[in-house]
Design a binder for this molecule. Sequence first.
Ligand code: DGL
Length: 272
Amino acid sequence: MMNMNPIGVFDSGVGGLSVLREIQALMPSENIIYFGDQGHVPYGPRPMEQIQDFSEGITRYLLAQHAKIIVVACNTASAAALTYLRQTFPDVQFVGMEPAVKPAVEKTQTGKVGVLATPATFQGALYVSVVERFANGVELFQDTCSGLVQQIETGNLNGDETRKILEDALYPMMEKNIDTVVLGCTHYPFVIPLIEKIVGEKVRVIDPAPAVAKQVKRLLEAGGMMNQDKQDGKIRFITSGKADSVRSIIKVLLGVTGDVEAFTWKNDREIQ
Ligand code: DGL
């Protein structure tokens, strides 16, 4: 029975769908329950404690829906809350995100790498530790792409505002001769086509989502928890925002029409 239970995936909004699509491509039979916290998006400018409360509330909710593993498909929530979640739920397996500095450092030729992520991700201890462990003398240039998460939440993947935010972030990095850009926020893979237009062919863009999906698969296999069913798995979308708008943005981002259930927060830690 456990094997048919869903993989729980959450994010502050639609960003985690960039991870969900990789999980689905790798393990099409798995059932998935996706929680987008549109009621609180963006997480990036919020205090760490608040993001911990939200992450705990969502985790409790996903566990109540029998999630067999929890994917924190949000760099910001991973930076702010992953350690806390592992302490609070010691029996639960979590997979989190961390900025893909390691593969970028392995690949760069110029020794200069750009990292795009939210303010909370850059402030967290996780980023500091990733840089300490993996930067290895490579120079990193950070930008928070202020406002980009909100543009992607409204489905603006190619408009003037989105382009301006990305150009303001990337042109100064290109002047520094970066040859690799790390997407340290799960919303950003949805603007890869635009990023590639701006940076051109010589700059490599790294999306960590496929590696995260592989890690989920490894853990499920190791625990004997893969769904053996041959049929395609079901996906349930939950939002703490407006179901209608989330339904239409899912169509834009994933090209599927999914049913979306809306729930409201009772307080910062409990979902009704
Ligand atoms: N998708 C998030 C991340 O990976 C979210 C950003 C936000 O809500 O600010 O960091």
